[in-house]
Design a protein around this ligand. Structure first.
Ligand code: FES
Length: 100
């Protein structure tokens, strides 16, 4: 459904739920999710309903994902970098009391 504009140069390689995808430098992690053709980037905590990025400007929170092992990141607010690992967040974030 989503694809790069012809003039865009894919320069950064990231992984989205195990799929390698090339995205333009400066694109967001949410854009990488859409380019990867993912079915969902998060599942709601109550019903498990699948969600994908929607507003792409930090308002809807439907893009919450685990990015480089850190949960609850707004993927539309995070620029991609080489080797970034983006994973689907299932349910609510698990808080590790040892990490505090
Ligand atoms: S897509 Fe809406 S907050 Fe990220």
């Amino acid at each position: 459904m989503f694809r790069l504009r012809p003039e865009a140069r894919a320069a950064v390689r990231v992984t989205v739920d195990g799929r390698d995808v090339s995205v333009p430098e400066g694109a967001s992690a949410a854009a990488a999710v859409l380019l990867a053709g993912a079915d969902a980037i998060r599942q709601t905590p109550v019903t498990g309903a699948p969600r994908l990025p929607y507003c792409m400007m930090g308002v809807c929170f439907d893009c919450l994902a685990e990015i480089d092992g850190v949960p609850n990141r707004q993927a539309c607010m995070v620029p991609v970098r080489e080797g970034m690992v983006i994973a689907c967040q299932r349910g609510a974030r698990v808080i590790d009391p040892e990490a505090a």
